[in-house]
Structures are given as structure tokens and as C-alpha cells.
Write a protein that binds this ligand. Sequence first.
Ligand code: EPU
Length: 427
Amino acid sequence: MDAIRVRGGAVLKGRVRVSGAKNAALPILCATLLSDGESHLRNVPALRDIDTTAALLRFLGRGVSVNAPDVTVAAGKDVRPEAPYELVKQMRASVLVLGPLLARFGRAKVSLPGGCAIGARPIDQHLKALEAMGAKITLERGYVLAEGPNGGGQLRGAEIVFDMPTVTGTENVMMAAALAKGRSILVNCAREPEVEELGRILNKMGAKVNGAGTDVMHIEGVTPGDLLPFDHAIIPDRIEAGTYMVAAAMTEGSDVILEGAEIGDLEALVAKMRQAGVIIDAEGRDIRVRRTGPIRPVNVTTAPHPGFPTDMQAQFMVLMCTAAGESVITETIFENRFMHVPELLRMGANIALRGNTAVVDGVKKMYGASVMATDLRASASLIIAGLFSEDETEVRRVYHLDRGYEHIEAKLGGLGAKVERVRNAES
Ligand code: EPU
């Protein structure tokens, strides 16, 4: 597997373009199942997760052409409403075909995603909601078998109260409700910008979704023929933008402009970074990030949007490793999302873990080491740590990074970081 080598100490300067949002593109690709005809997506990032989704849609019977940043999805003659384990195990977001398949074709067979490195990640909320809409759900040999009412009929609108805001759960149910008979009310919805973006797409297709991006949604179901293919450019990736913001803050004197970023989607992170002493300015559709002095310690607790994103926790922790003092970082979304901590300790960080809390005492120096992580954002945090460390850091198994960061070594390299990809390195 490939590795990425980082030599620390470079001051980052220049401009970097933010790619389209992975977590917006994935549900939107799945939403193409709701209509016939040919949909066009633009500003799609070149990522492994996009290729996996394309493979899944092809398996289901769609014609997909990926030529990043453009993706075309065309309806085929037949559909095979089944997401096999081989694809779902590569990417949990494959579960996003469950809602559209069931709503459109009256049945679906989708592999249960199982646990993953960051936690158990059940899908009970997705299933409970679909059951409330009249679906019959059975679990058999690791698969969810779902059938519309009366042997494959149209779902019924329902009032659903999510036990917790779930991003893909809300998205799955939105897509199901778009084609259900009558009105659905979704309460305690996830409010992430990617959920709002899906609402925008569904309405572009002809659905009647109200309130996407807030915690209560009203969806008036329409009939399948009412939903049309679409042409849409995906919103910028706020987590990729946030990752480069933190990277820019790692060395004194850095001055980086993120092109095409949406500062409104990053409020919690921006507020915490400013508290830490980083200078952040919105300049039109760009964000300028500068570090002119030391980093102050800041406490952070992850929360559903608009709170501090769990997907930025690992990267922010690395920034806190360089702060002048002690900070407390609490992870409330996933039970096992501190996998970067043992690796950061090997690089000389000073972090004490107590349950879901990490107490980080800043250090003056960190040291390069061979490290690896089994999740996307943790891997990104190790690269960022490498930017601050003395000598060379080798981040192994970048398989995970390639799922979510487009051309990360080229983008960081363009800012002056000393970063290179090593093909087929030791893993
Ligand atoms: N949860 C349940 N039951 C459910 C669904 C969720 O208990 O049926 C729990 C989860 O275990 C977790 C919490 O609810 O404790 C929130 O999980 P959520 O369902 O919101 O996560 P997700 O939809 O599986 C998406 C992103 C993740 C991101 C989380 C949280 C996509 C494709 N994935 O996952 O992104 O961390 O929301 O914001 O949108 C990443 O990009 O690296 C990534 C992991």
C-alpha cells in the first residue's frame, strides 16, 4: 500500500482549491435511483468512495461514467435492488441506497455495514423510520431485507422522531419520504450542510421537501414519474477545507488561501481556531488563514452540526498538541474516535485519555516516526502532525486518506509542504 512521507517545518503559503464535498456527493449519487433518465453531477471529488459508489450503482443496473469532477448516471433497463457485502464493507455510506431502492422499486436487500474503526455505528434509526412508513424489515444472514407494504407497495408518509440526529439516517429517510404516499414529518433531523444539499437536489428533481438543514422537515410524497433527472454542482467540502485550515495553522508565518470554501459551514471550527490565535478572514468565496504567533489552548466538545464536527476532532487535537498549555477535547459522537492518540504519542505528543476525553498538554517539539491509522480523519491528522514535527514522518496505509482527500500530497505540496507519496511502501 502507498505511504505519504512528510518532512516537517515548512511554512505554508499560497492558494489551495477546495474540492466538492464527499459526504454531499455520496447521497446525491444514490438519489439518482429515484428517477429515470440521465443525471449529471459536477464538482465531484476524485476519491475512492466515489468509485465505490459508482461500482455499487453499476451493480444495481445503472450506467455510470466517472470523469472527475464530472459524473453521469443513466438509468438502465433493469434494476437489481441489492447492495452486496463486498461493496458495503468498503464503504458504510452504501447503506444510502436502502431508502431510494425501497421507495422506488418496493424492495431492497442491503448488507448490514457492521462496525468500523471509529465505533459500532448501528443503523437502527434508518430501519425504525422505514418500518414506520409501512416497510417490512427482516435481518437475514447479515443483510437487511426490506419490502414495501403489501408485498412491495408504496411507502406511506409517517411522523418520525429520530432518537439522535443521524446524517445518513436522515438522508435515507428523506429519499424514502420523497416517494411515499402522503406527508411525512421528520423530527430531530441532522442539520449538516450535506443534508440541506440533498434536500435541494430532491426539490430540483420535483420532490416536496421543506426544512432540510433544520431539525424538523415536512415532506409531501410525490409519485415516481414526478421525479426527474438533474444537473448539479456539489457544494465545497467543509471538512477538507477545515483540514487545510488546521494544516495552515501548524507553522508560524503561514499564510494560506482556501479557494471556493464556504465559511458559513465552518462556524464552530473557525470560532475555535480564532480563540486559539489563528487569524481567519473570509474574502469573497475564499478563506484566508494566517498564523503569526503562538497557539493558545482551547477546549472542544464534538456535537452534531452546527456544533464542532467530529470529522475535525483529530486534526484540531494535533493543533492543540502545539499549544502553550493544556486543552480538553471531548468526543461525543463516536465511541472510538481517538485512534490517532497512540500514534501522536509516538511522535512525542503529551495526551492523556480518560474515556471520551483527551487532555492535551502542548509540547514545543514533535518527532517524525512511522505511523498509521485506520480511519480517514485520523490519517489526515497524522499528516498534519508531520508538518510540525522534526525530520520525517511516514504515514502508512494511505488507503484511508484516498477515500476522502483528493490529491492531498499535491495540494499540500503546492503550499510548500515537503510531502511525497511512496508507492507500495511497507504497511
Ligand atoms: N447512530 C445510531 N443509530 C443509527 C444511526 C446513527 O445509534 O441508526 C449513532 C451513531 O452510532 C453515532 C451517531 O448516531 O454515534 C451519529 O452518527 P451518524 O448516523 O450521523 O453518522 P453517519 O451518517 O454514519 C456521517 C458521515 C461521517 C460523519 C458522521 C457524523 C457520511 C457518509 N458520513 O456518518 O463522516 O463522521 O456523519 O457527522 O455522511 C467521514 O467523512 O470521515 C465520516 C466518518
